[in-house]
Design a protein around this ligand. Structure first.
Ligand SMILES: Cc1ncc(COP(=O)(O)O)c(C=O)c1O
Length: 407
């Protein structure tokens, strides 16, 4: 039987993972095998991995919860009330407008499912989604899985990936339904400035579109750069779905806790199908997340650590001959232009062989990604451990540059 023939075309051609084009560099067993042979992973955007990272305050609450036996039971499919309340308090402060925990917030088991769910009510067959690229690979696949068409809007390394509205306008058609931004962006780690976001939101309103704003990396923006929430701009509240996560900002990716914030009318729909699509988040980690989100000292401490790490990565990587990079403006990622040394896949393979490290090829991040690699510089809990890995990358790529006559 040709079972694939029975599948619909949105799924039929799937081949097993997010970064499959990297010759299975970081999916499934290939990761396991590489790690078992002593290789190290700097390809997952997971702060401080693989080291232990749960803050003490959170551990204590979770231990107590386990002892009570209560986390054996479900939370509501839209999210545990106290967690929604905590999120709503935070959002009210960040957005400068009231956010109702029972009308404007839904908890999702991670923001990967949150992103798909945010797009789901809007996309019909053939609807187009404008996505600045390079971008998080899931964004392209999500559009396809929902029957839509991802339309990349290329950004340029030369101006550190700024948004130019004429590039959106030239791709607008009568099928354009949505704009999806990753803000701050993954993989480039740049933060879109107020003028860019304002222009984008005017474009969204004027053309009656929906905005999905993936803000998984919003918690650590550096150098005093203003972080502008698109949903706060004129006409945007009712047409924006803001998707956030505790995975990156709080270093708690294993908890699988994230949230969507949106207007009541949108949320009615998301609440309506929550049990069907999301199930519910984990009860134990919902309890842990409340403590983490309330622990401002922990977030401040994490910010200082990640800023130090950003500087360390920039210092080491900018010494590599033939490689260029911008100083990351947010989060845990370094995005290196390696095009003078080889293709993205060649450089990933070289680093696996000569530095025993797995990093991401830029190619799956869409247009403008080829010629780059992404290194998760926020890996490893201790700066010295990270520095050793950064040095291994520097040495391996410097050797390659030497062979190519660039050093
Ligand atoms: C930009 C971006 N958004 C969302 C996610 C999903 O994260 P999670 O499902 O852990 O919230 C990721 C994970 O790498 C990401 O990079």
């Amino acid at each position: 039987m040709d079972i694939k023939a029975k599948m619909n075309s949105r799924f039929r051609d799937l081949q097993g993972g997010l970064f499959l084009n990297v010759a299975k560099a970081d999916v499934g067993e290939s990761v396991g095998n590489f790690l078992r042979r002593g290789g190290e992973n700097m390809a997952w955007a997971d702060p401080f991995a693989p080291d232990p990272a749960i803050p003490e305050s959170v551990k204590k609450v979770m231990h107590e919860a386990i002892d009570s036996g209560l986390p054996a039971h479900y939370v509501m499919p839209i999210g545990q009330f106290e967690l929604r309340e905590t999120v709503a308090e935070l959002l009210t402060e960040q957005l400068g407008r009231p956010v109702d925990p029972s009308r404007n917030v839904i908890i999702t088991p991670g923001s990967d499912s949150g992103l798909l769910y945010a797009m789901m009510p809007f996309l019909a067959e053939g609807d187009e989604v404008l996505i600045p690229a390079p971008s998080y690979p899931s964004n392209f696949l999500n559009s396809k899985l929902l029957g839509g068409v991802a339309v990349p809007v290329p950004l340029s390394d030369a101006d550190n990936y700024r948004l130019h509205i004429e590039d959106f306008e030239s791709r607008l058609t009568d099928r354009t339904k949505m704009v999806l931004i990753t803000h701050p962006n993954n993989p480039t780690a740049n933060v879109f400035r107020r003028d860019e976001i304002e222009a984008l939101c005017r474009f969204v309103v004027e053309n009656d579109l929906i905005l999905v704003s993936d803000q998984a990396f919003q918690d650590h923006v550096f150098d005093g750069i203003e972080f502008v929430h698109p949903c706060t701009l004129p006409g945007m509240w009712e047409r924006t779905l803001t998707v956030c996560s505790i995975s990156k900002g709080y270093g708690l990716s294993g908890f699988r806790i994230a949230y969507i914030c949106a207007d009541d009318h949108v949320m009615d729909v998301l609440y309506g199908a929550a049990v069907n699509v999301l199930g519910a988040a984990c009860t134990l980690s919902s309890l842990g997340a409340i403590t983490a989100l309330r622990d401002r000292d922990y977030l401040r401490d994490m910010h200082a650590r990640l800023l130090r790490r950003r500087d360390l990565a920039y210092e080491v990587f900018s010494q590599i001959p033939g490689v260029s990079l911008h100083r990351s403006e947010s989060g845990i990622l370094s995005w290196l232009n390696i095009s003078r040394l080889g293709t993205s896949a060649e450089i990933c393979a070289w680093l696996k062989e000569h530095a025993n490290l797995m990093v991401n090829s830029g190619a799956p991040y869409g247009e403008g990604g080829e010629g780059h690699i992404r290194v998760v510089s926020g890996c490893f809990a201790h700066d010295e451990d990270a520095r050793l890995r950064f040095e291994r990358i520097r040495e391996a790529l410097t050797e390659l540059a030497r062979q190519k006559g660039l050093a």
